[in-house]
Structure formats: C-alpha cells, structure tokens
Design a protein around this ligand. Sequence first.
Ligand code: LFR
Length: 482
Amino acid sequence: VDGGVFAAVDIGASSGRVILGRASGSGVSLQTVHRFPNGVVEHDGGLRWDFDALFTEVLAGLRTAATVASAQGETIASIGIDTWAVDYGLVNKAGELVAQPFSYRDDRSRAAVAPVHAKLDPSRLYQTSGLQFLQFNTIYQLATERGLDGLQALLIPDLIAFRLTGVRRTEATNASTTGLFDAVAGEWATEFFTALGLRKDLFPPLIQPGETVGTLLPEIAAQVGLPQVTKVVAVGSHDTASAVAAVPAQGENFAYISSGTWSLVGLELKHPVLTEASREANFTNERGVDGTTRYLRNVGGLWLLSECQRTWAAEGFKPDLTALLAAAAALPAGGPQINADDPYFIAPDNMPERIRAAVRRTGDVLSSDPAAITRCIMDSLAAGYARTITAAERLAGRSVDVVHVVGGGSQNALLCQLTANATGRPVVAGPVEATALGNVLVQARAAGAVAGGLAELRRIVATGTSLDRYQPLVAARQGCVN
Ligand code: LFR
C-alpha cells in the first residue's frame, strides 16, 4: 500500500499538539509541528477550559502542518482530532459557543449525583451504559445545566470538528463516556434522555471512527492554507480510545495502562461486562475503535505529581523531574501509600499537603520532602495498577501475561519497574505517543493507506517503535526495590 500523510490534533489536560503522521503497512512515523499548553482556568464562577484559545492553537498548528507538508511535496489527506473525554461545550442554533466549557475538575457536578440517581438508580445506569461511576461523567454535569432549550452539546473533539467543518456529529468512543450511551447496542440510551428530561437531539448523531465528518469550511481552509476538500475524519476521539488502539500488543492476554494525567488501566474485550460485581468494582465499559470494549478503571495518574510540582514551583522550589525521580527511586520500598483513586485528589490545589493528610488518615506519616512524596505517589500508583489488573482478570475471566504501558508514564522508569514488581508481570513500555499514533492509524486506514483490524494497526506500531522492558523483581515485592 502507498503511504499517506495525516494531521493529528491531540489535546490532553496539560498540553496539546498538532502532529504530521506518515503511515503505510510498513510503519508509522510522527512529526510534531506545534505544541501548546492547556490547563483549567478559573473563569465565570468555575473551572473551565479556554476553548477559544485552544481552537486558535489548533488553527496555528494546522497552518504549520500545511506549510511543512507542502515544503516536502506532500498533501495532507485528512485531519483527526482527539482530546480528553466527558466535557462538552453548548452551542446555540447559530453555532456559537454560549460559554467556555466547564472542566470535569469543577466540583459542581458532585451535587447533581443524588438527583440523577433518584431518577435512574446506579444499577440501572450500569446495566445499560456500563460506565464506571465518576462524579464528573457528562450525565451529572448536564444535570447542573439550566436552560438547555435551543442548545446542543458537543463533546470537545466534536466541537473542534464542528468549528472546522460546520458539521455536528458525536464520535462514538467519546459518546460512551457520557453515561447516556448504550454499551451493548452502541447507540444513545434514549430512555435515559427521557428519564432525565433531556431532549433526544441534545447531542448530534453518532459517527464511528474512520467515517468522514466533513470537509473544511471555506474560511477555515483559507486561514490554515489547506485545500477546502481536506477531510476531517472521525478517529477514536476519546484520547484513551486512540491510545488503546496503538498499544503494541501481540496476542490477546495483555493489560494496558494508558498513563498520563490519568492512568487508564484495563483490558480490551469483545463484549461489555455489565454484572453487579463489575459495577461494584467500578469498572467501565467504554467503546473502543472497531466496536471493542475498553474494560478499565480510572486510576489516579501523573496529575498527582504534576500538581505537586506546580505547588513546589509556587513555593520557589523547581526540582528537575529526572533528579526528583532518581531521589525517589533511591528511597526504600514499603513506604506510605495513598489510594490514588480517591475523588479527594480530583480538584487542583496544594497536592503535597493533601497527599500527606491522606497518609495521616491511614495512620502513617509522610515527610514533606519532595522525593518522599514522589515515591509515595509512584508506590501508590503501582499498587493501584496491580489491584486493578487482578480485579479485571477476575471480573472478565481473562488472564494477563504482559502489561503494556503507553503514554507519558512509559518514560518513567521508576513507575514502570514498580508496576512490574507490584503486578508480578513483565512490563513493556512505549510508545509515549500512543494517542497520536492511534489517531493517525485510524485516519490512514480510512484513506486506504493501511488495511486490517486492530491487530494489524498494532503490528505497524510495534514495527517502528523501540520498547523498554521491565521484569518483575521478586525481592522487591517482598520489600526491597534496588
Ligand atoms: C484521559 C481521559 C480519561 C477520562 C478523563 C476525563 O485523558 O480522557 O479517559 O476519564 O480523561 O475526560
């Protein structure tokens, strides 16, 4: 097959990038052409995303991508967009955003949980949506809205696609994180809309990864210097769906950890697991590329560390991350731990003190030394991963031979080694850019530049990536790491 060149817009909670990806059956490569920061802002009485700023960066990135590609005699075949899940912007009939979108880290949805559960009890919600309970799921956020008349909700990647093309769609992998999606039927759970008094067309119609959303609006094409016929193609627009599609696993008996702001820890299944036991363990059945089930839990993530770094920096202490992790690695195993999944850690602000307070509540003591706090975070994450993988095996009736870590955390050698030790399984780490790779490969397949199912996409990823391997250290499991 002939290769093609694709633009991937990939925005996470702390940064975004626009990437040129080149893909064929013999490999895939990425060239980052634009990077920009992201983060929640206090605005208009809440924690929000500055969508207008993000969209400006997307346009700047696409303009650079167009320039770089044409300088190399290449034509961008399509654009794919992925971001974090759950959050949405409200647009009016004219297509204008009525407010900057709230962040899932805003606390407002917590109070909406009980009223939603009074109308739809958690068991019923789970039997249909298969979604883990998180206080910020779209369903609870929407319950805080007043005056949805005449408005439509667009999930963040769909909002970007709408601004580029004028076409309103809801991409299915991300729709599965709303709580309003039927995990078995792969359709909107219309009875939930009715029960909650939401209009059935509150969200635009569904679109599947690989389908075309539309082509660029004339004014956008002119602004970014791309032909108007350039397509926006739906990818796994939920970043985790794109990342899982690019896990370089061979065979089926793997667990994955998509490690960034969050750690998404679980298995890929053919069918959802909707049992009460699964609900009680708070496993989610999110939709993956090609109709697969992402059976996983949100475990805490590197947010815990990045928030600590933010606090330390404000106090005038800016430790270099490599040095900090080395100092943490030198500390003995068996130190204090926290439950990294505790909703107590969702909101920003003074993370080091919150972690120390959580340790105190376990009856233990954690010093304020950044290395000790870093070690506590790493030990707690690794322990959380191990617990989650064991529970997933039990609930899904699968056994796991190898743990793949993709995303930012795959470069964190301490975390990967502790994960191997805690799970007792070999860890294969990389690629760091799994999300962008999944985005590019789904576009490449839609364009006919690559062919095949997820196994083939994974083979293409594995071909071009150097992966790091960590073996479990048995002695370490008994209390001594080095
Ligand atoms: C990861 C992620 C998770 C989702 C969380 C909030 O970036 O998309 O999968 O639970 O962000 O949207």
